[in-house]
Design a protein around this ligand. Structure first.
Ligand code: UFG
Length: 329
């Protein structure tokens, strides 16, 4: 039994690959290394550099590696870029996912875990957002992921094929053992940016709007530790391999922190004041995005280990420091 992990050299993917290797699973990673890093995965995982839309390559991998499950992370993930270049997102995230799903069906791979996103809700009417909330993405990124969810739903109805779509909220932190983390240059994620500002890698951090309808006026998000998210994937794989039906589940902790609360956490963890600037809202940012989480707890029996903002920040900061050393070498 082998798990094929697409995009396994990326931020979340590499955490799953480590988690699978930790429990002795055979893993093949398919990654084009456009944004991921070959050093982010353990040496025992096989890395195949290639495109998930390459039908011949998929056929070879699924014929020769004994793959019984696929976890699909590969895709483009920058929301503003998706607004400027929607066809790139429908190509990379929707069209190529179709190729991968078709290959799974052709080769009888019955278990498929998909990286979806809270962006499928758009501006949710209900907070915390349940999985059956109205799906109304406000960006091509969210639409491209939702279209893949729809394909999976329909394919699972027509074929002997089951899937789990995990809708990630705000993923943050890094491997508690320091083996991988968020390494993308120019990432815009709040906790990463705040750590970079503390380390002097950026002159300051800007708060994107303080006039939202939230308790302190800044945006509220459900920050989930990437190691807990990786565990959710492992549980989702076990569940599907055990024959359970398809599932769509939010991945978050069910509680939100404002931008100011996050910045205060970074100041607590570092013991230093951050260079903060208040600026206008960023286009397309919802006021509040928090997951309703009863489903993931009930279906996956998921027990988060790192549900603590200062711990998330501490791990993110440790990784940023490790990256500085790595980039110097
Ligand atoms: N923020 C700032 N300053 C910054 C960066 C972020 O104030 O320098 C604020 C944002 O306005 C938002 C919060 O911090 O209120 C979180 O922003 P992030 O950029 O860290 O994350 P987003 O909530 O914008 O995006 C996340 C994922 C996306 C996903 C999206 C779903 O990173 O991949 O949620 O809406 F698509």
């Amino acid at each position: 039994m082998t798990v094929l992990v697409t995009g396994g050299c990326g931020y979340i993917g590499s955490h799953l690959v480590w988690a699978l290797a930790d429990r002795g699973e055979k893993v093949v990673v398919l990654d084009d290394l456009s944004t991921g890093f070959d050093w982010a995965i353990p040496p025992e995982a096989e890395l195949v550099r290639g495109d998930i839309g390459d039908r011949a390559l998929l056929d070879t991998l699924l014929e020769t590696r004994g793959v019984d499950a696929i976890v699909h992370f590969a895709g483009s993930i920058i929301v503003p870029e998706s607004v400027a270049d929607p066809l790139k997102y429908y190509g990379n995230n929707t069209v190529k996912s179709r190729e991968l799903i078709a290959a799974a069906v052709r080769h009888g791979v019955k278990a498929f875990v998909f990286s979806s996103t809270a962006a499928v809700y758009g501006e949710p009417e209900i907070v915390p957002a349940p999985e059956d909330a109205r799906l109304d993405p406000v960006s091509p990124y969210g639409s491209s992921k939702l279209m893949t969810e729809i394909m999976l739903r329909d394919v699972a109805r027509a074929h002997d094929f089951r899937y789990t779509a995990l809708r990630y909220f705000n993923v943050a932190g890094a491997d508690p053992k320091g083996r991988t983390g968020q390494s993308t240059k120019g990432a815009t994620h709040l906790i990463k940016v705040a750590c970079e500002a503390y380390l002097g890698l950026r002159p300051q951090i800007q708060i994107f709007g303080d006039d939202f309808d939230t308790p302190d006026g800044t945006g509220v998000r459900d920050y989930i530790h990437v190691a807990d998210l990786a565990d959710a994937h492992v549980l989702a794989l076990d569940r599907l391999r055990g024959g359970a039906p398809s599932l769509v589940a939010n991945c978050g902790y069910g509680r939100g922190f404002s931008v100011l609360e996050v910045l205060r956490s970074v100041e607590r963890v570092t013991g230093a004041a951050l260079p903060v600037l208040r600026g206008p809202r960023r286009a397309g940012d919802p006021a509040s995005l928090v997951a309703r989480v009863d489903r993931i707890h009930a279906e996956l029996d998921w027990r988060p280990k790192w549900d603590d903002l200062d711990t998330i920040v501490g791990h993110a900061l440790a990784w940023e420091k490790a990256l500085i050393t790595r980039n110097r070498v």
